[in-house]
Design a protein around this ligand. Structure first.
Ligand code: COI
Length: 318
């Protein structure tokens, strides 16, 4: 958990920063100052929302999100660069992914411009919560959900699009090399299901296996595909890469044969996997400075922090 920001002494004397011990940041909730809220009635489009003080929201007990799980979230980060700029990494791609999920869950959605503008407003309204360069990032959480009451059938009378943000450090504590459990019982995503979109319902059904694995000392869980139970799919919060230059279905045997394995995600960044345990048998992989994961981590974070030129147009400056 992130430390309670309010109660900690500052480690950066500059007044432009919030009162946070940046070096202790984990990946947990930390209340910041402001959030963005926009609403949309059934049959209408999202109008420009507004920045309001961060606060709990009031919602009908009969809302579509609470009763039927009609909700999506996104995750992206704002970075403070060494030369004092504040930048985002490919926010338009998060907007497009939200739109594709909204189509799947029958929800209206903000335009790409509205989405990116909302994200920028939240970052600027919480500027002092963006960690100093190299000490963390501001994780931004846009959420879109059916906030209106619905008991039986559609339409849902109201939708809400909210964006809040928290300063974060690394998602995995043991980021020098994760020890994974390959989950052999519970599945995370299903053919024709919602695994391809960021539905809020994708996550808590597999907390049971994550909690069990963590209690046994594993860092995370690697899921197998629902159709065959033989192929590697993803971790709880990130994608998995086996060091081979091919994009294809990966049977577990190929994973166990690999020299190096790593995972990627907004929260996870690029993190080396030190071992996987499948049916009680542990297989170890290459870790350390010489891995491809280490090179990719350095290149990606250098681009995000502005110390390497962004040749792809991925960086959006505020
Ligand atoms: C992200 O990387 O933003 C995610 O969605 C994972 C989340 C569980 C922290």
């Amino acid at each position: 958990m992130a430390p309670s920001a309010q109660s900690l002494p500052t480690s950066v004397s500059d007044e432009k920063y919030a009162n946070v011990k940046w070096e202790e940041l984990g990946f947990g909730f930390c209340r910041t100052d402001n959030m963005y809220v926009a609403k949309c009635k059934h049959g209408e489009s999202f109008q420009e929302g507004k920045i309001v003080p961060y606060a709990d929201i009031q919602i009908s007990p009969c809302s579509a999100v609470l009763n039927y799980g009609q909700g999506l979230y996104e995750g992206l980060k704002a970075y403070r660069t060494e030369d004092g700029r504040i930048v985002l990494f490919r926010p338009d791609q998060n907007a497009l992914r939200l739109q594709s999920g909204a189509n799947r869950l029958c929800m209206p959605y903000p335009t790409v411009d509205q989405f990116v503008s909302a994200v920028k407003q939240v970052v600027l309204a919480n500027k002092k919560w963006i960690p100093p360069p190299g000490r963390g990032t501001l994780y931004i959480r846009p959420i879109l959900f059916g906030s209106g009451p619905i008991l039986g059938s559609l339409p849902v009378p109201e939708y809400t699009f909210t964006v809040f943000a928290c300063p974060v450090g690394r998602y995995h504590k043991d980021n020098a090399g994760l020890n994974l459990k390959i989950e052999d019982k519970f599945r995370r995503a299903f053919p024709s299901g919602t695994g391809g979109v960021k539905s809020i319902t994708n996550y808590s059904p597999v907390w049971i296996t994550l909690a069990e694995a963590k209690a046994k000392g594993f860092s995370d869980v690697l899921f197998l595909d629902a159709a065959t139970g033989k192929n590697v799919e993803e971790l709880f919060a990130s994608n998995v890469f086996i060091v081979k230059v091919e994009e294809r279905v990966v049977p577990v045997e190929d994973l166990l044969d690999a020299e190096e394995v790593f995972c990627t995600g907004t929260a996870a960044i690029v993190t080396t996997i030190a071992s996987v345990t499948f049916k009680e048998k542990k297989t170890e992989f290459k870790t350390g400075d010489k891995t491809l994961a280490a090179k990719l981590f350095a290149t990606l974070t250098d681009i995000q922090m502005g110390s390497v030129e962004d040749k792809k147009g991925w960086i959006v400056e505020l």
